[in-house]
Design a protein around this ligand. Structure first.
Ligand code: HEC
Ligand code: HEC
Length: 302
């Protein structure tokens, strides 16, 4: 409970709360004492619509009683539940505690089910409709912010349905990606390539790998540079290397956009895509189901 960094706020809130309640009591008493039981009722002097006179009757007793009951309720509430500064209440209730209990209850309910799925190899899970549905829910909860609700991704977030894998599409590779995350490191090349001219040459060569070169006389020079600077990660034929997360540059599928400008920018400035690790947060059982779901998508499951 002690989220305050000084005692001051505890006392500030507690005293203000108690004073407000006392002020309500005082206000009620002030408004209701002093009435004499007389036969004539004072009027307030306000007259509406010609002959409607506003009288000054005291509040009915039952109404007044309701006010006192709400005040008493407030007092008891503050004794039992957290509300008075950092005082945690006699019942020791907290929303965090309630949330944790709820999570525990759900874990106890679905834990055994998830554990059973975790024993099943991913290739078999793909055929299990319930497992697929659970995977779909998990994906909607945890992955759509980046990969999109249809798993088709967006710029800088890979499409998980297209069968083109950066880090490998075998069941265990997908699981490793989700469990431990992936950090891509494509260095910036502008300086090493001798400036914009070098970048343009190599960009044309990269485009030529998928038949899209527009200035063909630059391709040969680009190829030479590619053999020096790029093959270590992207391979001599440019098809990439999943060990480094270096994408295939020949399939005309682009993580960072397909325009010449975007591709040139990737090369000149570098890229550092990061897939955050989910293992610790979700636990292996859920990751296993997610891996099966994604593998299923790439196998044509809908
Ligand atoms: C150290 C390994 C490494 C080297 C060397 C390297 N790359 Fe990369 N490259 C990567 C990685 C990893 C990615 C993916 C970056 C990401 O996902 O954020 C990448 C991405 C790219 C992309 C973007 C692809 C897309 O789908 O948008 C292009 C284009 C590219 N590299 C071209 C080159 C060229 C040209 C060279 C040589 C000048 C080169 N790379 C050298 C590792 C490397
Ligand atoms: C914060 C954004 C973010 C979230 C959330 C996220 N991812 Fe990713 N994911 C990425 C990025 C970025 C990459 C690509 C990394 C790179 O540049 O190589 C990636 C890559 C992947 C890959 C590898 C794709 C390939 O071609 O090899 C898989 C599989 C994947 N994510 C699955 C998931 C799943 C399942 C979840 C939900 C548990 C998830 N991701 C949540 C950003 C995210």
């Amino acid at each position: 409970m002690a989220d305050f960094n000084s005692d001051f706020w505890h006392w500030y809130i507690a005293i203000l709360t108690v004073l407000s309640i006392l002020a309500c009591v005082w206000l009620l008493r002030w408004m209701t004492t002093g009435y004499k039981k007389t036969d004539t009722v004072e009027d307030t002097g306000h007259i509406w619509d010609g002959d409607l006179t506003e009288l000054n009757n005291p509040l009915p007793r039952w109404w007044l009683g309701l006010f006192y009951i709400t005040i008493a309720f407030g007092g008891f509430y503050l004794l039992l539940y957290p509300g008075l500064g950092t005082f945690s209440g006699m019942l020791d209730w907290s929303s965090r505690g309630e949330y944790e209990q709820e999570v525990e209850r759900v874990e106890a309910e679905v834990g055994p089910l998830f554990a059973r799925y975790q024993q099943t190899p991913i290739v078999d899970l793909v055929k299990d409709e319930t497992a697929f549905k659970i995977g779909e829910r998990l994906f909607a909860n945890y992955c759509t912010t980046c990969h999109g609700s249809d798993a088709r991704g967006a710029r800088a977030y890979p499409n998980l349905r297209d069968g083109a894998w950066i880090w490998g599409g075998a069941p265990e590779e997908i699981k490793t990606t989700i469990m431990h995350g992936r950090q891509a490191a494509m260095p910036a090349w502008e300086a090493a390539l001798g400036g914009k001219g070098g970048v343009d040459e190599i960009t044309q060569y990269v485009l030529s790998l998928s038949g899209r070169a527009t200035i063909t006389e630059l391709v040969a020079g680009g190829k030479e540079k590619f053999q020096v600077f790029c093959v270590a990660c992207h391979g001599a034929d440019g098809t990439g290397n999943k060990a480094f997360g270096a994408p295939n540059l020949t399939d005309d599928i682009w993580l960072y956009g397909s325009s010449i400008t975007r591709i040139g920018q990737s090369i000149a400035e570098g890229r550092n895509g990061n897939m955050p690790a989910q293992g610790e947060f979700l636990g292996e059982a859920k990751v296993h189901l997610l891996a099966a779901y994604i593998y299923g998508l790439s196998q044509g499951n809908q």
